[in-house]
Ligand binder design. Structure first.
Ligand code: 3H9
Length: 703
């Protein structure tokens, strides 16, 4: 027997322990070992029942995701066939679930005749989150066990359920309370089953899983989710698989599931989402930081500035149960900030996301103050004041005076030089950038900006804290705009310039949303505020002064008081919640184009796509080359979690790899020629992109 399985006999019960750390992923070697152990137990006449359990922290996290896209994924014994074999066991088979049973892990449990679980376990089918569908019987056995409606919810939400919920749904047969030994309980259950001559498999509770459902149930289900699923393959095909479970025999359903699974497994979307899965884990592996790096305790936090950003940041900590002090200069601003926070929580209560009691608990964790002295003892301070270097430096001088030794001093700057902020303190090693994205209590991304002198302890502590407050943290080096906003600049530049050249804002945004972006870049500027974009440009006019063209339109909109959604007009007009095209903006673009000597023309959607995306990608590659981003996957995470890039396209770097690096380079070179002086000024392929293409590389990596 291999080391991947711990096989033991306890009297007439065989215990098969999955032992592939860290999470018992069912890669080919473990599948083979499990098949072998199972056959051994079946062949042994002394064995009358079998228990399968997971050693370590998981029952099993499912198929080995790293095998997908390669022949290993279906190498014998493939999971679906193995589980069909288990399901046909002549002896009672019991899954004893502790920790997590996800994807193929839960499907393994579903193939067993009986399921028993510890109280802390979680069970789920998260396959659609990585662009797959349960492909080892999950779409067929789960509806037969708990009905089509509940099964669809588990399969299409991808959300795990608790053991208690699983018991209520009939997904498990027994729950073992905390403090009791799961394996002992499973063995006892096995003995009882043998004593009762219980069948190895029971009849399905829902032999017809869709019985009683309205005829249009599935159509309505899809229609209600059409917007959310736009462009995505996995949820649509997962639903097809469940439909198949409702239409024919188990064998027929399993065959349909196989076909549908192979379709999603070979899709570009699944490759993109699997890339994202691993990128998320890689992003936490930061040079100079490991599990031995000492962490500092963070029991109390302060946020400087009670504006929208500061308030949103404070909510993150209150939501995680960490007390936070909100500091403002004026009482009125503080009251407004606290009232705004309460309003946000109120709206969560109205939407049923929070109970009134939870609201009060969270509010009680947030204390307002006007005095710096009140934050002297906090463990972490996050400054979220106006985006101006001198103002932020003044705040940090004060923090340096008042904060206790060892406090982490963080700035929420979105563009400024963290080293220049750290330099005004006597403790630059304690200073770090924590760039939250607006709305800070909602957006997943946290750019963690590592200054020249930021200590590994400070970095490690903030990365842990990010996880605690539910953020996806990505470490960036110091440069203008860090990873996200620095890439935004060339991407947005093209969008602005294309409107001068003849595209409409709606056409530009339409191309981007068609690609799957949550929002077009011009709509995004309207949302963030045309005035905000203007102020960012003001702070660095000298850096962009050599080209007076592309930001002229945004400057003009600013001058006209069209500050975006908040003033009802920007690149668009806003009527209530509706965004409408505005001819005045086109007229304004025409006038400016003529002043700038730009000949307006019909712009193709392809040109919009290529210019915006290729410039975005080009900048990303440069960031990698400069070491601002550690890995290309980090850049993808920033754009997926902070800028609405569709996860199923894997982020801009992964998308570039799918397009082909040669195509991206050729496109940049083509526009460099075609766009005259403007092209020569901005369409400069970065050296790493050129090197990668010259070397025939298909992946974006340092070379
Ligand atoms: C499937 O089952 C398809 C079937 O329906 C059909 C097949 C035919 N594979 O997240 P962590 C690694 S699809 C490979 O940091 P946590 C992970 O990369 C699968 N590797 O820990 C990391 O490696 P490293 C459906 C995996 O405690 C390490 O394990 N299942 C897998 O925060 C620790 O992971 C899923 O989608 C895997 N399946 O969270 C579940 N899972 O240390 C995916 C983990 O080198 N997994 N790794 O960076 C998870 O959601 C979380 O990992 C879990 C633990 C909640 C289990």
């Amino acid at each position: 027997m291999t080391t991947l399985i711990d096989y033991r006999l306890d009297g007439e019960v065989a215990l098969i322990g999955l032992a592939r750390p860290p999470v018992n992923a069912l890669g080919q070697p473990l599948r083979e070992a499990l098949a072998e152990a199972f056959e051994l137990a079946i062949a042994d006449s002394q064995v009358h029942a079998v228990v399968i359990y997971g050693q370590g922290r998981a029952f099993s996290a499912g198929a080995d995701i790293s095998e997908f896209g390669s022949p290993a994924a279906f190498a014998a014994p493939d999971l679906a066939s193995l589980l069909s074999r288990l399901a046909a066991s002549p002896k009672p088979l019991i899954a004893a679930i502790a920790g997590t049973a996800l994807g193929g892990g839960l499907e393994t449990a579903l193939a067993c005749g009986y399921r028993i679980s510890s109280a802390q376990a979680t069970l789920g089918l998260p396959e659609t989150r990585i662009g797959l569908l349960p492909g080892a019987g999950g779409t067929q056995r789960l509806p037969r066990l708990i009905g089509a409606v509940a099964a669809l919810e588990i399969i299409l939400s991808g959300e795990p359920v608790s053991a208690a919920e699983a018991l209520a749904l009939g997904l498990i047969d027994r729950l073992v309370p905390d403090g009791e030994d799961l394996l002992a309980a499973a063995t006892e259950l096995a003995r009882n089953l043998v004593a009762e001559s219980a069948p190895a498999q029971r009849a399905w509770r829902y032999s017809d899983p869709a019985r009683g459902l309205p005829t249009a149930f599935f159509d309505d289900y899809v229609a209600a989710r059409a917007r959310r699923w736009k462009g995505q393959l996995a949820p649509v095909l997962a639903l097809e698989a469940v439909k198949a479970a409702c239409a024919g025999s188990l064998e027929e359903g399993l065959a349909s599931e196989q076909l549908l699974f192979k379709q999603v497994e070979s899709s570009a979307q699944s490759a993109a989402l699997r890339h994202q899965f691993f990128a998320q884990r890689e992003a936490l592996k930061v040079c100079g930081v490991d599990k031995n790096t000492a962490r500092r305790p963070v029991n109390r936090v302060a946020v400087i500035g009670a504006g929208t950003m500061g308030g949103g940041i404070a909510m993150n900590f209150a939501n995680a149960g960490i007390p936070v002090t909100l500091l403002e200069l004026k009482g009125e601003a503080l009251d407004r900030g606290l009232a705004h926070i309460r309003k946000q929580y109120d709206s969560s209560v109205k939407r049923g996301k929070l109970t009134p009691l939870q609201l009060e608990v969270r509010m009680s964790l947030i204390t307002g103050t006007l005095e710096y002295a009140d934050i002297a003892q906090v463990d972490l301070v996050i400054e979220a004041v106006f985006e101006s270097l001198s103002i932020k430096q003044n705040v940090f001088r004060t923090l340096d005076e008042v904060c206790k030794t060892g406090a982490i001093l963080a700035t929420n700057t979105s563009t400024l030089d963290v080293d220049l902020i750290a330099a005004v303190t006597r403790r630059p090693h304690d200073v770090i950038g924590l760039h939250f994205f607006s709305p800070a209590n909602v957006m997943k991304l946290l750019e963690v900006v590592r200054g020249r002198e930021t200590s590994p302890q400070v970095l490690a502590t903030t990365l842990d804290l990010a996880r605690q407050i539910g953020k996806t943290a990505v470490v960036s080096g110091v440069c203008f705009g860090f990873i996200g906003n620095r890439m935004l600049e060339p991407y947005a530049r093209e969008a602005h310039r294309l409107v001068l050249e003849g595209a409409t804002p709606a056409q530009v945004d339409g191309v981007l949303t068609e690609l799957g972006l949550a929002m077009g870049v011009l709509s995004m500027y309207d949302l963030a505020g045309i005035d905000v974009g203007y102020l960012v440009r003001e702070s660095r006019r000298e850096a962009i002064a050599h080209d007076a063209s592309y930001f002229k339109l945004a400057d003009e909109l600013y001058a006209q008081g069209r500050h975006g959604q908040k003033t009802g007009r920007g690149f668009y007009r806003y009527e209530g919640r509706d965004r409408v095209e505005d001819y005045e903006v086109v007229a304004c673009a025409e006038v400016l184009a003529s002043e700038l000597g730009i000949t307006r023309r019909v712009i193709s959607n392809e040109e919009i796509h290529d210019r915006c995306l290729f410039m975005l990608i080009n900048e990303g590659v440069q960031l990698l080359d400069e070491g601002i981003a550690e890995r290309s996957g980090d850049i993808d995470l920033v754009w997926i979690n902070g800028y609405g890039f569709p996860a199923w396209r894997g982020g801009p770097m992964h998308y570039a790899e799918q397009l082909g690096l040669g195509r991206v380079l050729a496109g940049i070179e083509r526009y460099r020629e075609q766009l005259g002086e403007y092209g020569r000024m901005w369409f400069r392929p970065v050296p790493l992109l050129q090197r990668l293409v010259a070397a025939g590389q298909t992946r974006i990596q340092r070379l």
